[in-house]
Design a protein around this ligand. Structure first.
Ligand code: NA7
Length: 546
């Protein structure tokens, strides 16, 4: 074993491996999985590509980066002491506050001593002769572990656009995910932002406040709604603290683990006045209520969805003074909520500013980046700074970037080439002792709630195996196929499956990601929990154990 990976004394039961468990990633998932692994007494090592903890909240330090989940519903729930100690400053925390929070957690639970930073996992190969994984870092060092747990995030493999000349640009440029740690000044600068997803919308709103001139290159307009962020007063924090038990219980019972649950009424069964009043109310309230707490038919019934989209189009027309610009900002190729809804804090008004220009790249495609700026089909733009808010190779991208091989050398990337196949979104048949916290087929939503549940389930499974001297756990092919069929069926009738987005596996900047696939579990967290509990309480009959 290479020196870069330090080893503790092997335990009697697992003396043939360097570690009981390797976790990839020290973000929200990896930190908690490490905490649980420690409780089990596992000799654990976390490999983290970055120089510090935080994952998403370490890397995405672009201006305006913040939660769209209520902060106090997003924090960890597992430690009463932590809940008692941590005061949230904003209802929707910005990246610096969240990064501070995750550092606080790492320090409080003394997690860093088991984390190796700047450690990029290049390969992980299963070795059936001793039921272990051989993990190799990109510096060539390697080690072995009984269990391999991925906590690599859903949106961590950043992707640059397929535009030629990006390297030739003489000014400053970066992808929002790789934002520098030192402050960037936009004062008096000519700035370009390419991309108008959740990230672009946050960054554009903030950068427009100080940029000399900002040009936004938009390919797909978004149905975005107000965030309504505010400071948390001491009185509110005291109230939140009193109610944590109820808050987390509520999150467990909603589809996306948010505090917001769908309204039991259908948009089409109430009067027009009632509908409009409800939507006005949702539009004026903080957070995802407008998406997750909307009428129950808005995301499944095309007519209801059209009415909701019309409502939001009217809002955009009210807020944007130039009617031609307003029309450019109104999505035409998808309905409300069928892509991830970005929440905004004055985004549409940005386009009323004299220092901001919106360019539709469908009308005027970007031809290339030049040393001085960007050339489109109809103009040459000079820039000092170019920002790529072009998103991620979502969900499977971080897996694809590691050479993961299961029994017989089967590559995970190849196995998933057409469609991810998983068991509970946690295991993959033919990849024994391999567990994913928030892999493909996990439910998407208020991330830490699902993370805590999944990491607990994984820890319970490993505990079950260890107490029975089981050294090899694999999902059966039947179980994985049945689960995958179930995940696919759940998408019938959901409007979002008919739309290109990272949630349907589309990324036009990545080879092979141009066909829609079922990437996430759409049955909702309560149903997911019931499925997982049925497996654990049933004695893990869907798994083979030796
Ligand atoms: P997204 O939501 O994938 O957005 C990426 C944006 O970049 C989107 O508007 C893309 O347009 C655009 N894009 C990508 N390539 C190009 C080119 N070549 N030209 C113009 N525009 C381009 O990523 P985000 O980082 O904003 O958000 C990811 C998630 O993070 C978000 O949903 C939250 O959950 C947190 P497209 O839509 O593909 O036409």
């Amino acid at each position: 074993m290479n020196d870069a990976v330090k080893m503790d004394t092997p335990s009697a039961t697992q003396s043939d491996v360097d570690f009981d468990a390797i976790i990839i990633g020290a973000g929200v998932s990896g930190l908690y999985q490490l905490y649980r692994a420690r409780e089990l007494g596992l000799r654990t090592r976390v490999f983290e590509a970055g120089p510090n903890v935080g994952g998403t909240w370490y890397w995405n330090r672009y201006p305006g980066a913040r939660f769209d989940s209520e902060s106090w519903s997003y924090g960890y729930s597992f430690s009463q002491e932590l809940l008692d100690e941590w005061d949230w400053e904003e209802h929707f925390a910005g990246q610096p506050e969240t990064e501070r929070y995750l550092n606080y957690v790492a320090d409080k639970f003394d997690l860093r001593r088991d984390i190796q930073f700047n450690a990029v996992v290049a390969a992980a190969h299963y070795q059936d002769d001793n039921h272990s994984w051989k993990i190799t870092l990109d510096d060539g060092s390697h080690c072995t572990a009984r269990f391999l747990i991925t906590a690599v995030g859903v949106l961590s493999a950043a992707v640059m656009p397929r535009i030629s000349g990006t390297d030739s640009f003489k000014g400053q440029s970066c992808h929002t995910h790789n934002w520098p740690t030192e402050p960037v000044s936009f004062e008096g600068k000519r700035v370009a932002v390419i991309g108008t997803g959740a990230t672009g919308i946050q960054a554009i709103t903030e950068i427009a406040k100080t940029a000399g001139h900002l040009t936004v290159f938009q390919r797909t307009a978004q149905w975005s709604a107000p965030l309504h962020n505010s400071k948390v007063t001491p009185e509110e924090m005291a109230d939140i603290r009193k109610n944590y038990t109820d808050i987390f219980a509520r999150c467990q019972e909603t589809v996306g683990c948010f505090i917001h649950a769908a309204d039991p009424r259908a948009a089409l069964e109430v009067s027009e006045e009632e509908r409009e009043a409800f939507w006005e109310q949702r539009y004026s309230e903080p957070g995802f209520g407008i998406w997750m707490g909307n009428f129950k038919d808005v995301l499944v019934d095309a007519e209801a969805n059209q009415l909701m989209s019309d409502f939001l189009a009217r809002k955009i027309r009210e807020r944007v003074t130039d009617p031609a610009v307003a029309e450019m900002l109104i999505p035409k190729n998808h309905g409300f909520g069928t892509r991830r809804v970005p929440l905004e804090s004055g985004y549409f008004e940005v386009f009323n500013q004299p220092n901001v220009k919106l360019v539709d790249v469908n009308e005027n495609p970007i031809k290339c980046v030049t040393p001085d700026g960007i050339q489109t089909s109809d103009a040459d733009y000079g820039f000092d700074i170019i920002i790529y808010a072009t998103g991620f190779d979502a969900i499977t991208g971080a897996f694809d970037r590691i050479d993961i091989r299961g029994v017989g050398g089967t590559s995970l990337k190849d196995k998933w080439a057409d469609q991810p196949v998983t068991f509970l979104g946690i295991m993959v048949d033919g990849f024994p002792n391999f567990m994913m916290v928030m892999g493909p087929h996990a439910g998407l939503g208020n991330f830490p709630r699902a993370v805590e549940y999944t990491a607990d389930w994984v820890a319970e499974l490993i505990g079950h195996a260890n107490t029975r001297n089981v050294t090899r756990i694999d999902a059966t092919a039947d179980a994985a196929n049945a689960w995958t069929d179930h995940v696919v069926e759940l998408n019938d009738g959901l409007l979002f499956t008919e739309v290109d987005s990272w949630m349907t596996g589309i990324n036009r900047n990545v080879d092979g990601k141009d066909v829609r696939r079922i990437m996430r579990y759409s049955g909702g967290h309560p149903a997911f929990r019931r499925r997982c509990e049925a497996v654990s309480q049933g004695g893990y009959q869907e798994l083979s154990m030796d």
